[in-house]
Design a protein around this ligand. Structure first.
Ligand code: BGC
Length: 559
């Protein structure tokens, strides 16, 4: 290729596709099951490629589809460069990338670098090789405490509950920040670093456009002896030198990854899942020399509340302008109670959204605490607001159907390790948002597959099945399709201007090209005056924006 041609194809618009993309998260084991074994698979995704095109998204992000014992829904990866045989083959994966690319949809895959599965060949080797071996150096093995080493090296707890250390047969202990089947890798080890570069190239060479980086803030650790206790850790500031979280030296890893991403044309993109203490700390992950973008979960933990939304939006836009990245918006994903349910619960005040969903699930989902209709109305309002904002929006499979969290899953049917290990942070665990999608109102597993789905689907899924909603112009699916279509016109410059409404519970902003978004978080209708005539999305009644709703006003029409 000549230089001139190269410059032509390295077009900035293509390279910057991620800046304002609508990215749809697929949880592959619960999306569509082509072979009837009850687990969603890659051919299932191919079979729904037209559905994804018609939805109008720009990219899909696939949660892990790699070989895994499913100790943590696939976030326990046994082989980073392969497809779980229950989900398909590498050839199926290639076919999926081609099918999605043909429809103008980019593909983002999940990379899980903090830990592998205990079934990964490296960990099996480490177990066999014994204490003091080179193979153990790739993980974090330590001697126990107490006179005979029978106590864990420290009192640290894992995110899913219980000790963060597990003992192996010869008496040593290994660190696992999540489940015991997820041993933490040692990021000081050059082979660990090399191997992930190989993985990034492997998937990039297969045409993957970007990566979502799991717990991006936890890779590097300072494990200099003596190790601190939990109480000592709690006193330490999160300033880049904390022994376990959000260390400055993790960015050396991402600078190396960036060099790999930039070997490709267009450069591969990445988004960090980094639960860090401040927007400033988050910005480091989003830097152009690093991963480029980071998830902003602020709205996910907020109430349905105008003041909270406005502050979060303003702060994050300022932050992304300062760093040159683009911001991200998320209301639901595979780790939290679906937002249609969260918003139907009493709002607690303060940034408590995710927590209150957790409490409801943990209590067994009492219906008298939940107003499903109101939750769905507010979910529509919040999503339409998000889709009108500058930056990229991440949508989670099933939210386009207005799905609610499923509480009715028995203990025997649950799969989430957080449930079995009694983690406090998500109560009954995350299975309720991972129930396989309903594609048809009738038939086995609501059209998910020909067999029984791996998690039980409630009867009420019939009302939200794709075939029902596709035929109904007033459904959540029709609303998402229309919003995602109009969004292509709306997303230009990455700025907005707030317009004062005289009401603290009503937010209104304009994009530079004239589009306006109005969200009424309150209980009284908001009068739009003559602008009501120019509403192209959302509904007005008697010239007013009803409670718990959002409207989009098109430019040019505004008189
Ligand atoms: C993922 C979770 C997973 C955890 C450990 C996360 O943040 O989103 O689903 O359990 O990382 O890999």
């Amino acid at each position: 290729m000549t230089d001139a041609l190269l410059t032509e194809t390295r077009d900035e618009t293509t390279a910057a596709w991620w800046r304002q993309a609508a990215v749809y998260q697929i949880y592959p084991r619960s999306f569509a099951d082509a072979n009837g074994d009850g687990l969603g698979d890659i051919p299932g995704i191919v079979s729904r490629a037209d559905y994804l095109r018609d939805l109008g998204i720009d990219a899909v992000w696939l949660s892990p589809f790699y070989p895994s014992a499913l100790a943590d829904g696939g976030y326990d990866v046994a082989d980073y460069r392969n497809v779980d045989p229950r989900l398909g083959t590498l050839e199926d994966f290639d076919e999926m990338v081609a099918a999605l690319h043909d429809r103008g949809i980019r593909v983002v895959v999940d990379i899980v670098p903090n830990h592998s599965s205990d079934l990964h060949e490296w960990f099996q080797e480490a177990l066999a090789a014994g204490r003091g071996s080179a193979a153990r150096e790739r993980y974090i093995f330590r001697e126990g405490s107490g006179p005979d080493g029978s106590e864990p090296p420290t009192d640290w707890t894992a995110a899913f509950g219980g000790s963060a250390w597990e003992r192996v047969d010869d008496g040593q202990w290994f660190l696992h920040s999540f489940a015991p089947e997820q041993p933490d890798l040692n990021w000081d080890h050059p082979e660990v670093r090399e191997d992930f570069l190989k993985t990034l190239r492997f998937w990039s060479d297969r045409g993957v456009d970007g990566f979502r980086i799991d717990v991006a803030h936890m890779l590097t650790k300072d494990l200099t002896e003596p190790l601190p206790s939990t109480a000592e850790l709690e006193l330490l500031p999160h300033d880049g030198n904390h022994p376990l979280h959000d260390r400055d030296d993790v960015h050396e890893v991402y600078a190396e990854w960036r060099r790999v991403f930039d070997e490709y044309d267009p450069p591969r993109t990445a988004v960090a899942e980094a639960w860090v203490s401040t927007p400033e700390r988050r910005a480091k992950y989003a830097s152009a020399e690093g991963l480029g973008q980071a998830f902003n979960f602020d709205l996910l933990v907020a109430d349905f509340d105008a003041t909270q939304f406005r502050t979060i939006i303003t702060d994050n836009l300022a932050q992304s302008q300062a760093t040159g990245s683009s911001t991200t918006w998320v209301l639901s994903n595979h780790d939290v109670t679906r937002h249609a349910t969260r918003y139907g619960l009493p709002q607690l005040g303060g940034r408590t959204g995710a927590k209150q969903g957790v409490e409801w699930v943990a209590a067994g989902g009492p219906e008298d605490q939940l107003d499903r209709e109101r939750g769905l109305r507010r979910a529509h309002a919040a999503t339409l607001l998000l889709l009108g904002l500058p930056g990229s929006t991440y949508l989670y499979q099933g939210e386009e159907l207005g799905l609610q969290e499923v509480a009715e899953i028995s203990a025997e049917q649950r799969q989430d390790p957080a449930f079995f290990r009694g983690a406090v942070f998500d109560g009954l665990g995350r299975d309720g948002c991972r129930v396989p999608l309903p594609w048809t109102a009738s038939g086995p597993s609501f059209g998910f597959g020909s067999g029984e789905a791996h998690l039980p689907q409630p009867d009420w899924f019939a009302e939200s099945a794709v075939d029902v909603e596709a035929a109904d112009p007033s459904s959540t699916l029709s609303l998402y399709r229309e919003a995602l279509r109009l969004r292509r016109e709306l997303q230009t410059d990455e700025t907005l201007e707030w317009i004062e409404t005289g009401r603290p519970d009503v937010l209104r902003f304009a994009r530079p090209n004239g589009w306006q978004i109005v969200t009424n978080f309150g209980t009284e209708p908001f009068d739009l005056g003559t602008d009501a005539a120019d509403v192209v999305l959302g509904s007005v009644s008697g010239g007013a924006v009803p409670a718990d709703s959002t409207v989009w006003i098109a430019p040019g029409l505004i008189g």
